[in-house]
Ligand binder design. Structure first.
Ligand code: SAH
Length: 689
């Protein structure tokens, strides 16, 4: 249980205290209540992630931060009588019971109520009574209440609840005109007839179903009801599919015209990528130790060509001698040997043969590798080396998992494919990993999968040792093996932990590689915007507590790191529809009104560089501090649900030191993955067909 205590302390610090909850009663209560006892056994290891989790019956336990925020707003005091509507797992009731005198908790689903009752009893909460019934009517028999909280969202605050508030009492509940999207509303009863009322946060709760709430699913639809409420309680609202998003005139959207004008003023038009001047614009970052170059998708030619041009210049003119990319370490090691003309380890050394192959097997990257090889041939005493940051070999590991599951349990394999499609943080869907963990077959495969992945890692590390590539010393090696199981479990089940572990490992690999080359060594990093743009400036960091490579680089290297993002309005992109699916050339939808891309498109410029360093365009930076939607396309692109699956809010000015814009872009040209294993000594060896 020690693990859980530690995780709980960390959760309270990171997700509750650091995000601004100040109520000491709530903070102390959250430190005490064992959330792991309120989630299904199979999901216990996610108990302290910042996410709701499924608890059965299409319902979910609330996200800890939202519980804390609601209870803090309800200003619970020792001795209070509290009404908790929507018992669910009983977690919120337990937190309330830690603080208040007595808690009545009411749940419409009898089996959830029964489960919560037993759980609360077992944990020794004697001051909570769980009732089965419709919470929209309150509980007149036990009223008045000093505080009423509801964990489900209704179209309005039921009149019965107002009446059951004591004078001075506080009510906090989600209210919205759609069953899946609400504002948290707080009501304070000033006296017999006078109520103060204000809304303070956007949230998504499951619907409050009852006489003075929404009709039951399958019942007579309410005039205002909209399709498919999310089956997950209490997440902060994230962008929804366009069709579900009501116009929000009250939202304080920055005036687009003014932003466009400011962007146009600040934008430095760029020449064609192939012209010599293109990369010269980036000389301002040449003095940095780490230059991180992003991309807004994993399959866009312009992003590769631009990064190649900038990297060439940094290597040729400014003494950069390391290139580290978001790729599996063993694959990158083969490229490294090729560009330094070292013997290949064996006849099987054909890199990047697993999904998503086009990410590296494309003509743009092949051209860059050919250049690097010829550059190194002329500079043998100061060779530039090529590294993969993904030391646990994400693609290879996922591939191994899928192959194994395909052979033993195709149903589990289907779940895994779906889940890997949502590995990216902006494609967050806790329901998916919930389903995965809850399905027995999937859980049964876990041990084998993890053992297999552990073996795979060990053989990789042995191989690296033989290879004489000493940037990992024995202690680092041992540490990798020791934490591998945790990493693979997180990866197998998904969730925010797997993202954080992955980016932390990428950062560690980068640091070890830099250390191995001495204090003067400087590196160019290629990774997706979501890895290199400071996560603390995005919804992923602010709401989901995700950290990333760019943020860790800033923390470690300060001004010696440059974070450069890339973006586009429309065109084509190489991507798949599902994990492991075939590459397709897809049309990139024009960027959404209200996104930062839409404003950049509004400048009318085809290509530009935006310098976001402090002191350069401060007025624009100020504007770009406001969170705007930003598009993220990974190896999966689902234009049908684009807004929901590919947009997240971010403050561009804090996320990046510079941003590179290509208004129209085109898909990379993929190279075939040849089946033959013949050794090709040609310049194009790693990609030889
Ligand atoms: N606070 C809970 C979250 C439960 S989710 C926890 O921490 O686990 C919301 C719950 O509200 C669901 O279990 C749902 O069944 C319940 N619910 C919805 N409408 C209700 C109503 N009118 N009365 C009582 N419970 C309701």
């Amino acid at each position: 249980m020690g693990d859980f205590d530690e995780a709980r302390a960390w959760m309270v610090e990171r997700q509750i205290v650091q995000r601004g909850v100040r109520d000491d009663f709530v903070i102390e209560a959250m430190r005490r209540v064992p959330r792991e006892a309120f989630v299904p056994f199979d999901l216990r290891e996610f108990a302290y992630d910042d996410t709701p989790l499924p608890i059965g019956g299409e319902q979910s336990i609330s996200q800890p931060y939202i519980v804390a925020k609601m209870l803090a707003a309800a200003e619970l005091q020792p001795g209070d009588r509290v009404l908790d509507i929507g018992t669910g797992s009983g977690y919120a009731a337990a937190i309330a019971a830690e603080i208040a005198g007595r808690v009545d908790s009411i749940e419409r689903d009898a089996s959830l109520a029964e489960g919560a009752r037993e759980r609360l009893q077992r944990l020794g909460y004697e001051n909570v009574e769980v009732h089965v019934g419709d919470g929209t009517a309150g509980l007149a028999a036990h009223a008045p209440y000093n505080a009423i909280i509801a964990a489900a969202g209704g179209p309005r605050v039921p009149q019965a609840l107002r009446v059951q508030l004591a004078v001075g009492g506080r009510l906090v509940m989600p209210v919205g005109s759609s069953p899946s999207r609400q504002r948290l509303v707080k009501i304070v009863r000033r006296d017999e007839h006078d109520y103060d009322e204000h809304a303070f946060a956007d949230v998504r709760f499951v619907p409050l179903v009852g006489d003075d709430g929404w009709p039951a699913p399958g019942g007579v639809p309410h005039a205002d009801s909209r399709p498919t409420p999310e089956p997950l309680a209490s997440t902060p609202a994230t962008p929804e599919p366009a069709a579900l998003t009501p116009a929000a005139p009250e939202a304080a959207a920055p005036e687009p015209a003014a932003l466009e004008l400011a962007l146009r003023d600040a934008a430095e038009p760029l020449p064609d990528i192939d012209s010599a001047e293109f990369a010269a614009s980036f000389d301002r970052f040449a003095g940095r130790r780490v230059v991180l170059l992003g991309e807004a998708s994993h399959g866009t030619s312009e992003f590769y060509r631009a990064r190649a041009a900038i990297t060439r210049r940094l290597v040729e003119r400014h003494g950069f001698s390391m290139i580290a990319v978001e790729a599996d370490w063993p694959d990158a090691a083969i490229i490294d040997r090729h560009v330094r003309d070292r013997p290949m380890p064996g006849e099987r050394s054909r890199p990047f043969r697993r999904f998503p192959t086009w990410m590296w097997r494309n003509t743009d990257f092949m051209g860059f590798v050919a250049w690097l090889r010829s550059h190194n041939a002329l500079h043998r005493d100061s060779e530039t080396r090529f590294y993969g940051l993904d030391i646990y070999s994400l693609s290879e590991s996922i591939d191994a998992v899928l192959r194994y599951l395909d052979s033993v349990d195709p149903a589990a394999a289907r779940i895994a494919r779906e889940r890997y499609g949502c590995l990216s943080p902006w494609q967050k869907d806790p329901a998916v990993y919930g389903r995965a963990a809850l399905s027995g077959g999937y859980a049964q495969c876990e041990e084998h999968v993890i053992a297999q992945l552990g073996d795979l890692l060990k053989s990789r590390l042995d191989y690296a040792r033989e290879d004489g590539e000493r940037f990992l010393d024995a202690a680092q090696n041992a540490r990798l093996v020791a934490v591998a199981e945790h990493y693979y479990r997180a990866m197998y089940y998904g969730g925010p932990q797997s993202w954080n572990l992955r980016d932390t490992h990428m950062f560690d690999t980068l640091r070890h590689a830099l250390d191995s080359r001495g204090p003067q060594a400087r590196v160019v990093v290629w990774a997706h915007n979501s890895h290199i743009g400071d996560a603390s400036a995005t919804q992923m960091g602010r709401v989901q507590d995700e950290i990333n490579l760019g943020q860790l680089c800033r923390a470690q290297f300060g001004d010696a790191a440059a974070l450069i993002g890339f973006g586009t309005h429309s065109g084509t992109v190489a991507a798949a529809s599902d994990w492991g699916g075939p590459m397709e050339v897809k049309t990139v939808r024009p960027s959404l009104d209200g996104s930062v891309e839409f404003s950049m498109h509004g400048t009318g410029l085809a290509r530009f560089l935006l310098d976001l360093r402090p002191g350069v365009h401060d007025a624009l930076r100020e504007r770009l501090r406001a969170p705007l939607l930003e598009r993220f396309i990974g190896v999966i692109y689902r234009p049908e649900t684009e807004r929901y699956s590919h947009y997240a809010e971010a403050s561009l000015a804090e996320q990046f030191d510079a941003f590179v814009w290509f208004d129209r872009t085109s898909a990379v040209t993929a190279l075939p993955v040849s089946a033959d294993e013949k050794y090709h000594a040609a310049e194009t060896f790693p990609f030889g067909v």
